[in-house]
Write a new protein. Structure first.
Length: 154
């Protein structure tokens, strides 16, 4: 049981690196066409081409969970669970909290959440595929904590 929890947590936190890597080199690279509308808000559509990444990222987690359940629950299930939990966390943090695709979790004076929102705003200041910053989701560069502290202490 303890080992399964560790495997799930390792998969979850490993996904932060995968999110950073794929965001920087895939989404801001050869798949920029799908991701570009996430940076260019000239359309008023609720859906974005960028939403296709939800499906692309859900496939490995769901597949691992399904294959991990075929005979007896094995390690694949817990790796898939960690990936899926990260995807759910990404949806809550990125789509709901940061981009307000659903109008909940609007206001927060929590130190970490203010820094997280500041880092993501810095990422969206660049509307081209090059010269971006802050490609991860949960790990926030230290300077945004300093900015958050200044905001919260006003």
């Amino acid at each position: 049981m303890f080992l399964n929890i560790i495997i799930t947590l390792l998969a979850f936190f490993g996904m932060e690196f995968m999110a950073w890597f794929t965001h920087k080199f895939v989404m801001h690279g050869f798949m920029w066409f799908w991701h570009s509308d996430h940076h260019d808000k000239s359309t008023n559509s609720w859906f974005e081409r960028n939403d296709v990444f939800f499906i692309i990222y859900a496939i490995p987690g769901a597949s691992l969970m399904i294959f991990g359940l075929l005979n007896e629950i094995d390690v694949r299930f817990f790796i898939g669970l960690g990936i899926t939990l990260y995807g759910f966390t990404y949806f809550i943090v990125h789509d709901i909290f940061i981009h307000q695709r659903f109008k909940i979790l609007r206001n927060s004076n929590h130190f970490y959440l203010v820094a997280l929102r500041k880092a993501h705003k810095a990422h969206h200041k660049v509307i081209t595929k090059n010269d971006g910053t802050c490609f991860g989701m949960l790990l926030v560069p230290y300077k945004y904590f300093d900015e958050a502290k200044k905001i919260l202490l006003k």
